[in-house]
Write a protein that binds this ligand. Sequence first.
Ligand code: PLP
Length: 454
Amino acid sequence: MTAHSNVYPTKALQDLDAAHHWHPFSDMKSLNAEGTRIITSADGVWLRDSEGKKILDGMAGLWCVQVGHGRTEIADAVHKQMVELSYYNTFFKTTHPPAVALSEKLASLAPAHINRVFYCSSGSEANDTVFRMVRTYWDKLGKPDKKGIIGRWNGYHGSTLAGTSLGGMKAMHAQGDLPIPGVYHIDQPYWFGEGHEMDPDEFGIFTARKLEQAIDEIGEDKIAAFIAEPVQGAGGVIIPPDSYWPEIRRILKERDILFVSDEVICGFGRMGEWFGSGYYGMEPDLMPIAKGLTSGYLPMGGVMVSDRVAEGLMLAGGEFYHGYTYSGHPACAAAALANLEIIEREGLVGRVKNDIGPYLKERWLKLAGHPLVGEARMTGLLGALELVPNKTNPHKPFRDAGTAGTLCRDISFENGMVMRAVRDSMIISPPLVLTHEEADLLVKTVEKTLDDTF
Ligand code: PLP
């Protein structure tokens, strides 16, 4: 097999995969019966599968390939780094040039009050780090009872024990007897699904005040932090009403708890700003990052730490007993630096804000006219369509939740584009390098897919 061959032995690979590979978030019984799709190469926004079929990557992999696939600059930077220093750790008073350069770069991109980064290899590990960091912070400040962490129903913060607990996916909680004690959840600002009987802004305030109620009920002296994604991604691209974040900001300002903005999806230009919290004018104390940090070329995550938290953690001295073998891995740091260099050089953040973002949004919102679509929404390059059985009563869901979404997702793939289904919402999160022509094709493919699904 050569890298760009289109004559892969599909069936043989599927059989081996079924025999030996346990896939994440998959029903292995039905997956093995159907056979997996085999992606063999990719370039720009295009994937190619083992049958030689070209597929538009409407999800940027898993919301991560900001700069598109196949960027040789990143591969070259990683190669150079691996030849020079393939691995060394950042424990025990050591560091290395790529970790130093990346930390300085990230501090320069973050808001002024955030100047440090703690590295790991994924978004889940970043949120495990957050979990221990916020509790340790309050311990150090002599407030050991401030341990509670508030997340949101349907939020997603990873699938480790802390990540699953902080997230609000009930099906995940059911596996492993989670959440960990001391984690609480409040309602999400999902107007289409849960708030349509109110005006959107009224609903935004209403759901934001659930945070106020939770803090006041549990007691401010028992809450360490509130964690949220600026726009809930895996929960279904839940774009909050305009009133939501300003009200959360007011509530947080009046209470002494930390705000954690999970930037794993919303960071690195996805919303037309470097960080999604910046889009909403929020000032986080901690920002978990991953995905777009390396555009997925190598696994890397981190927690961006504000001066307030860093100073608190350092206050009394003593070690923060936390870290990973691959914290700040040199090859991953080199990939991140090369990736950030491309994002800056090609002006991709501004492109999402002023060019391809508005261009795609204008066309995407028109899909709301389709008989199967109850709502179309988009911010930055994050979009969702709500599939509904009956447009005259659009908020009434399908009887068999998720069936239409799964069908639409599979038809989309057959039509040459990856869309993700979250229940019956169809999600896109394309690479930030998507051209106008590719955006037109994307919308046309979605139209056809909706017609074929209807
Ligand atoms: N946080 C958010 C907002 C995410 O969307 C994800 C993954 O999709 C994670 C955390 C977990 O990241 P990872 O899959 O790299 O562990």
